[in-house]
Design a protein around this ligand. Structure first.
Ligand code: ATP
Ligand code: MG
Length: 210
């Protein structure tokens, strides 16, 4: 088996945080990924290429071994149910918090609390730990609208500055998790391509937070 490495990464915050780390390792994409429409990018290291994938699909590609390595938000990994992944390194990039949020001035909720989120599993587990059963409503975006329009009493979502929450009359009620992006590795590849993957992890660890 060749020791070529494919790294799955999403455009936006994660790529923007990851490229400077790669650059510190002397690895640069052959084309500017922020402007290129290509989804497969060769790099200055002939054995390393990047594939551009949606954030929520990164873990799937890496678990199937299509990419040996990937960069994924902890929020995505907490929802992921597979077990074909190692998570050897916190890259400290694309940081934010996962919070429970609700309307600033709210009358007490009667009946079962309705919580809108795309983080179904994490939300259920978090309320479960408190012995509370809630009705979870699955949304894919614009979570802040749900309490405003009365679809849900609360939301669970990622916040950075909190501006979007505030602009919609919402405030954070509790922090569920501190989020950052992690290096993930396909378990089988970790064995089969040990000679390429181990040094890469060590090098990357050396530039994280440096
Ligand atoms: P899309 O926005 O295209 O629907 P997505 O929400 O999965 O896709 P991004 O918005 O780029 O993708 O978010 C990717 C990752 O960035 C998240 O999974 C999370 O780990 C991280 N992240 C960091 N800060 C934030 C933030 N303020 N809001 C959302 N995600 C953030
Ligand atoms: Mg998004």
């Amino acid at each position: 088996m060749s020791d070529e490495l494919t790294i799955a990464v999403s455009k936006g915050r994660i790529l923007n945080g990851f490229l400077p780390l790669l650059e510190k390792l002397g690895i640069t994409p052959q084309e500017d990924p922020t402007t290129s429409r290509k989804l497969i990018l060769e790099t200055s290291r002939p054995d390393v290429r990047l594939v551009i994938i949606r954030a929520s699909d990164i873990a799937t590609y890496v678990e199937h071994g299509t990419a040996e390595l990937g960069i994924a938000g902890k929020d995505i990994l907490m929802e992921y149910e597979g077990d074909g992944l190692y998570e050897p390194l916190d890259l400290g990039i694309a940081r934010c918090r996962m919070v429970l949020a609700g309307p600033e001035n709210e009358r007490p909720v009667s009946g079962r609390l309705r919580v809108a989120t795309k983080y179904i599993r994490t939300t259920r587990a978090w309320f479960g730990d408190q012995g509370r059963q809630v009705e979870i409503i699955r949304l894919h975006g614009s979570m802040e609208l749900a309490p405003v329009l009365g679809l849900a009493h609360r939301i669970v979502d990622l916040v950075d500055s909190g501006q979007t929450l505030r602009a919609n009359g919402l405030v954070p009620i509790a922090t569920i998790a501190e989020i950052s992006s992690r290096l993930i590795v396909n378990k089988a590849a970790m064995k089969m391509k040990h000679g390429a993957i181990r040094p890469f992890i060590t090098q990357l660890a050396g530039v994280v937070g440096a």
